[in-house]
Each structure stands twice: as structure tokens, then as C-alpha cells.
Write a protein that binds this ligand. Structure first.
Ligand code: 6PG
Length: 468
């Protein structure tokens, strides 16, 4: 009996996705270069319609036609290496889907290379970590539209479901749009994580709270409008005690953040497309400065900070931090969606913004209560200039911006770095300013480089000999 889908790359994500497919009744053939992974797959899928292939040739032979092959190998050279061996084995009408965290331009390059073969190439964002892969990830497929009818029943069956039973998997659009959307998801993920870290750090420095006390607060916040997967896991992490030492495990973890590059790509591409995304970019910079561990240790003994001062009453400060978190999160989403809008304009993908928000409601790392409101706002106005301009979000910002200001000021006055809070506030204030000091900047450019400027009172380009 032929299999429905082949899965290449049986690492944690690949194996769990394959198990998810098999559990949902699809026949899966798995392949990995590592024989230990092939054996483990064979064992874990006993009793299910699944098998491990000893080679790519065997994998392809096991599949019903048109064939469907899902790649879950590390993004980059490994995808090219697999494609080089795989594509000669496939025929017109077959589907290849790359589910890694691939740079969207790589996906576009691979699509171009396959042009004329009739192979339908898809780049799919997959989010939700190993648990998600096994029990329901969010999936963001994009690329060759012809592939969607073949993929849809399988992907929607294994995807996470919202409370209303909707599958968190919809077709995103042509070209590299699926991987682009996943990259933006990760940019927002970076911003979200960093903002939560800053809230935690303020609770520690200003309020002297223990991780266990903070866990209670995050748990409480997770019941309301801040409810999200990342707030929930933060509550769990802060409650976790190291069995050997009895201390909070979080206190024993080295404060050097690692990264695989998706947040950096989101920031780089924001710069390329001229999109203002400072909360996302600062979340990346927060990781890079954390990497300067030895330098920071030296600098902490040399560079002066502010004098010690008392913080306000705990409950009041916590209320302000809560609002700052919400406001900053909305700014990060506004930046992410602006990035999607700019890419859409550039590539003419016709990205369905409401659908993107809808797909992110469950299964993925940034899943949050707020996404239902984002979905609704794009449903009301699909051409929204900026999420901040939606009446609902403008209202939330109206309620929270003062507390964001207070929290940024607290960080500044106590010498606690809060780059994501600060950049969100500057983003908000710049965006809501009818006039910015760029008039002076234009004058400076014209002064030293005769770059010309425009005037507010008459049309045309002007140049002034500023120094007489
Ligand atoms: C997801 C995540 C995942 C990502 C990790 C690690 O949606 O499941 O985005 O794809 O690989 O979060 O990313 P960093 O190593 O860059 O933090």
C-alpha cells in the first residue's frame, strides 16, 4: 500500500510531524541520513501506517502519485543538498514542501530552479516547537498554488485548532510568502520574549520580587488580556526550582541569549523595505549585548549608573508594567504587520492579513488572546495602514500609553535597560506625531551635501547656501 506523504529529516520536529500525520490516519514514509533516527521512527510508529525508508529512492518509491514530500532538514545548505538528490527522482505534478525556518529568498530561488520541471514547490512556516509538531502546529504554507489541494487535507488535519475548531493552517500566497510570514512571526516572537524579560527584570530590580512571586503575577496576567503562550511558559519557568540546589532554576541560567537568525532577518528586511520595526530590531540587539558577557562584567565595574532610589508601591508598579507589556506587544505586532504589508506591496503576494492573524491564534509560539482582536481588526479594514490605527487598538493604547511612559522612565531612572519598552514608546510617539524634527535633518543634509529639501508652503525642490 502506497504512502500519502514522505518526510525527509527525522529530527525532533520532523519525527513529531510524521507521528502527527500518522496518528491522523495518513500513511507516512520517513527518511533520515542517520540510521539511528530511522530506527527510532520505526519503533515510535509501530501500529500506525508508517515506515522508515533506507534511502531517498525508497522513500520516493513508497509514495502514491502525485507524490508529496515534506522536508524538515536544517535551513540552508541541507535543503539544497536534499533537493539536488530528490528532484531527479520526482515527476511533474509532485509536491515538495520545505517546512524549515528558511529565508524566503532561498525559497524563491529554489522555486525558480525547479521551473520547467512541473514540480510544485512550497515553503511552509511551521511553528509550535516539538509539542506543537506532535499535537498541532500552526502552519503557513505558500508557493506553488497547485500544491494546495493536495496538501490541504493533511495539513489542516494535523494543525492546531482554535477554540472554535478552525485549523491554524491556511494558504498564505505565492512565492516565498509562507516563509516570509513565518519570519515575521519570529520577529514578533523575539519582541514578545524580550518585553517579558524586561518586565521580569523590573520586578526583580525595582520591586525585589522572587521568581516564585513573579510566577504568581505572570500566572494571573495569563488569565486576562495579556493571555498568551509566552506569558504562560514564563509563569511556569519562574516557578521551577533546581532540584540540586533548591534555588529558582532561572537564577542559575547563564544570561547569554542565543539565536538562529530569523529575528535578525526580520530586522534586516525591515531595513531593506524601509519599514520602522524598532521593537523587533531592539529585541535582536538585546540578544547581541547579552552575548558580551565578559565585557559587561568589566563595564559593570567602570561605567557609572544612577543613584539608588525607591520604587513606587508594588501593586501600583505591577499594574503599570502590565499595561506597558500590553502596549509594547501591540507596537511589536503593528511593526510585524507593517512588514507584511510592505512585502506584500513589493512582491504583490495579496497577503491575507486577517488570515495570517487567524492562523497565529493557536499552535504557534506567539499565540495570544490578542490575535483574535487583530484578526477582527483586519476583517473590518483589510487595508489598515497600521494596526495602531484600528479603533480597538487605538483605544487600548489610549488606556496603556501613560503606564508605558512611567515604566520606561522607571527603567531609565533606575539604570535598568528596557530596550523593547523604550523603542515601542518611541515608535508610538513618532507614529502619532503630525510633525517630526526631520525638517532640521533635511536642512542638515542640504547644508553639507546640497541634497535639497521640500517646503511646507510651496511645491518644488530647494537648495540653500546655508553659510552665506
Ligand atoms: C517556532 C519558533 C522556532 C524557532 C525557535 C528558536 O515558531 O516554533 O519560532 O521556529 O526556531 O524559536 O529561534 P531562535 O534560536 O532564533 O531563538
Amino acid at each position: 500500500q502506497k504512502m500519502d506523504i514522505g518526510l525527509v529529516g527525522l529530527g525532533v520536529m520532523g519525527e513529531n510531524l510524521a507521528l502527527n500525520l500518522a496518528r491522523n490516519g495518513f500513511g507516512v514514509c520517513g527518511f533520515d541520513l542517520d540510521s539511528a533516527k530511522r530506527n527510532s521512527f520505526g519503533q515510535r510508529t509501530q501500529g500506525l501506517k508508517a515506515q522508515a525508508a533506507a534511502s531517498l529512492v525508497d522513500l520516493v518509491a513508497s509514495l502514491q502519485t502525485p507524490r508529496c514530500v515534506w522536508l524538515m532538514v536544517p535551513a540552508g545548505a541541507a535543503v539544497d543538498a536534499v533537493l539536488e538528490q530528490l528532484s531527479p527522482l520526482l515527476s511533474a505534478g509532485d509536491v515538495v514542501m520545505d517546512g524549515g525556518n528558511t529565508l524566503y529568498t532561498d525559497t524563491q530561488r529554489r522555486m525558480q530552479a525547479l521551473e520547467g520541471t512541473g514540480i510544485h514547490y512550497v515553503g511552509a512556516g511551521v511553528s509550535g516547537g516539538e509539542e506543537g509538531a506532535l499535537h498541532g502546529p500552526a502552519l503557513m504554507p505558500g508557493g506553488a498554488t497547485e500544491a494546495w489541494p493536495r496538501l490541504k487535507p493533511m495539513l489542516q488535519a494535523i494543525a492546531a485548532k482554535t477554540d472554535g475548531g478552525e485549523a491554524c493552517c491556511e494558504w498564505i500566497g505565492p512565492g516565498g510568502s509562507g516563509h516570509f510570514v513565518k519570519m515575521v512571526h519570529n520577529g514578533i516572537e523575539y519582541a514578545d520574549m524580550q518585553t517579558i524579560c524586561e518586565a521580569y527584570w523590573l520586578m526583580h530590580h525595582l520591586l525585589g520580587m522572587s521568581p516564585a512571586e513573579m510566577s504568581v503575577v505572570f500566572h494571573e496576567w495569563n488569565q486576562g488580556e495579556l493571555a498568551s503562550y509566552l506569558i504562560g511558559i514564563t509563569a511556569d519557568i519562574l516557578a521551577h526550582t533546581d532540584p540540586e540546589t533548591g534555588s529558582a532554576l532561572v537564577d542559575l541560567i547563564l544570561d547569554t541569549a542565543e539565536q538562529k537568525g530569523t529575528g535578525k532577518w526580520a530586522s534586516q528586511i525591515a531595513l531593506d523595505l524601509g519599514v520602522t520595526a524598532p521593537t523587533i530590531a531592539n529585541a535582536v540587539f538585546a540578544r547581541t549585548v547579552s552575548g558580551l558577557h565578559a565585557e559587561r562584567a568589566k563595564a559593570s565595574k567602570v561605567l557609572p549608573g544612577p543613584a539608588a532610589r525607591a520604587a513606587g508601591p508594588r501593586d501600583a508598579v505591577l499594574g503599570q508594567i502590565k499595561h506597558a507589556l500590553l502596549a509594547s506587544k501591540i507596537c511589536a505586532y503593528a511593526q510585524g504587520f507593517s512588514l507584511l504589508k510592505a512585502a506584500d506591496r513589493e512582491h504583490q503576494w495579496q497577503l491575507p492579513m486577517g488570515t495570517v492573524a487567524s492562523v497565529w491564534r493557536a499552535g504557534c509560539i506567539i499565540r495570544a488572546h490578542l490575535l483574535e482582536d487583530i484578526r477582527a481588526s483586519y476583517e473590518r479594514s483589510p487595508d489598515l495602514d497600521n494596526l495602531l490605527m484600528d479603533s480597538h487598538f487605538a483605544g487600548v493604547m489610549g488606556r496603556c500609553h501613560q503606564d508605558l511612559r512611567e515604566v520606561v522612565a522607571m527603567g531609565a531612572l533606575h539604570g535598568v535597560a528596557v530596550p523593547s519598552f523604550m523603542s515601542s514608546l518611541s515608535y508610538y510617539d513618532a507614529y502619532r506625531s503630525a510633525r517630526l524634527p526631520a525638517n532640521l535633518l533635511q536642512a542638515q543634509r542640504d547644508y553639507f551635501g546640497a541634497h535639497t529639501y521640500q517646503r511646507v508652503d510651496r511645491p518644488g525642490k530647494f537648495h540653500t547656501r546655508w553659510n552665506g
